[in-house]
Design a protein. Structure first.
Length: 316
């Protein structure tokens, strides 16, 4: 399988159309179709179901798509890293984040640094927790931020900020649930949805701490891989769900969603890098910005309180 065939397959799978993939890649529709056919013939496998109006990837195609997207992403990041080494002012450090950190935390935190000279010109990228760990391990990224400490002996990691896992629902759905439910009441709120990606381990740990089998409360069929998808489904009013407070804050402030009871669990975000890399200055800046942001959001800004929270958050 050539690199070009891999790119063509990914675009065809992404658009569900050979024609749209061809337009995206600047090729003819026949060139895309022939490339996919050669790929299928070479490996004696069907990658697409062509029976409907829209192309659908087969089970084998989904396996290839998952790996091809990862490989292409790694190649893209490697090229960007190499190109950045030729910049006149030096290479920009690449900071890899899990999706929740990328979507709901890091852009706002970096914006708070303004023109501070201590802050390097950081490039943010996003991926799964496994992606972030692998990128830092291979040197594709310089520093990682994840909801879970990687635990690898070659890494040094520091806690930089905290979030909370909370149970939310639309106001109408919340009224149909037990009033102010506790953890023991959670089965009466089922089915409950949550992201099966990076925060799944946090949910599982919180449920286990309260003696709850996830299978008793989870939806039997729905498996959503992103917090955005979970929030969209919660917003439909059909189910309550666990999300991070950072992700739900805007919808809660607008009254579109409400907290269900006081069910919550802490989420710690860790910055990590190879042991030989100095990350304390950047970690301290991120922790300070996170503390200031949380103080503003909760209306508890105060020098003494902020300093206390900052010291608690920034611990190796």
């Amino acid at each position: 399988m050539t690199f070009e065939q891999m790119k063509i397959f990914v675009e065809a799978a992404r658009y569900g159309s050979f024609t749209h993939a061809a337009e995206k890649l600047g090729l003819t529709q026949s060139a895309v179709s022939i490339s996919i056919k050669k790929l299928e013939d070479r490996h004696n496998v069907r990658l697409f179901d062509r029976s409907g109006r829209r192309l659908m990837v087969t089970e084998a195609g989904q396996v290839l798509l998952n790996e091809a997207e990862r490989i292409l992403r790694d190649v893209e990041l490697t090229v960007r890293r190499v190109e950045s080494m030729g910049e006149r002012d030096g290479r920009r450090p690449i900071l890899a984040c899990t999706r929740n950190a990328y979507d709901h935390w890091m852009p706002g935190l970096l914006a708070r640094f303004g023109g501070q000279k201590e802050l390097p010109d950081v490039e943010l990228i996003a991926g799964s927790a496994d992606d972030v760990t692998a990128w830092v391990m291979r040197g594709t990224a310089d520093v990682g931020i994840s909801e879970t400490a990687p635990g690898h002996a070659q890494f040094r990691y520091l806690g930089v900020f905290r979030d909370q896992l909370v149970l939310v629902a639309t106001p109408a759905r919340a009224r149909a649930l037990p009033p102010r439910p506790s953890w023991s009441d959670l089965p009466d709120c089922a089915p409950v949805i949550w992201e099966k990606g990076d925060i799944a381990a946090v949910v599982a740990e919180a449920l286990a701490a309260h003696g709850i089998d996830p299978r008793r409360i989870a939806h039997p069929r729905l498996r959503l891989e992103s917090t955005a998808a979970v929030l969209s489904l919660i917003g439909s009013g059909r189910f309550p769900g666990f999300v991070t407070l950072g992700a739900a804050r805007t919808a809660l402030a607008a009254g579109d969603l409400v907290r269900v009871g006081t069910l919550e669990a802490p989420i710690r975000y860790w910055m990590f890098a190879p042991r030989e890399r100095e990350i304390e200055p950047l970690a301290a800046l991120v922790a300070t910005a996170a503390t200031d942001q949380q103080a503003e959001q909760t209306g508890t800004a105060g020098a003494a309180a902020a300093a206390s929270v900052r010291r608690a958050a920034f611990v190796g």
